[in-house]
Design a protein around this ligand. Structure first.
Ligand SMILES: [Mn+2]
Length: 191
């Protein structure tokens, strides 16, 4: 069965159109209007080994980034379906030059977020505010109904820290979405 999800979210604030294919090969066509977001979602797809097509527009940066995260999380939830056979858990330690990111995830059906990217507050990374980047992970975890533990262990360059964090999330997703059996990976029998 194909693990594909397509969702269009149109509100008075934003217009998000997103498709993912969990069994793709890491191909992407991403246009969010924000260079840094495009950069991060492109590498999320590439290193996460899922295909993504995304077009986003809207009024305010905060709204657009938040609604992309909500839509992306929802697409993961839908594409994972009943989660039969998935590895469920994923983790990764990923460096980006002097920075090191650690990510551990569980597609368990419940949101929990433990996030510390050691970023300078009230600061921008390229064309995005740090608070919008942090909020992205919160909205994504909530919408995908997953446990997300994402930490920068050390580092100095904020661009490197965020890039390492997205790559660690990508590798964790790649591992967690993988089909490894024909059973639902829960003693409750449901995820
Ligand atoms: Mn970069």
């Amino acid at each position: 069965m194909e693990r594909i999800a397509e969702h269009t979210r149109k509100t008075k604030e934003t217009n998000i159109s997103l498709t993912i294919n969990l069994d793709g090969s890491g191909k992407q066509n991403v246009d969010t209007g924000f260079k840094f977001m495009d950069h991060m979602l492109t590498l999320l797809s590439r290193h996460g080994n899922f295909d993504i097509t995304l077009k986003a527009s809207g009024d305010l940066t905060h709204h657009i980034i938040e609604d992309i995260a909500i839509t992306l999380g929802k697409c993961f939830l839908v594409a994972l379906g009943d989660k039969k056979g998935i590895n469920r858990y994923g983790s990764a330690l990923i460096p980006m030059d002097e920075s090191l990111a650690r990510c551990v995830i569980d597609f368990c059906g419940r949101k929990a977020l433990n996030l510390d990217l050691k970023l300078k507050e009230e600061c921008n990374i390229e064309d995005l505010a740090v608070e919008d980047i942090l909020h992205f992970f919160n909205s994504f975890a909530e919408s995908a109904q997953m446990n997300l533990h994402l930490h920068i262990l050390y580092g100095t360059n904020d661009h490197h820290k965020v890039e390492a964090a997205f790559k660690a999330l990508a590798r964790s997703i790649k591992e967690a979405k993988k089909i490894v059996s024909d059973e639902i990976p829960s003693t409750k029998g449901v995820l």
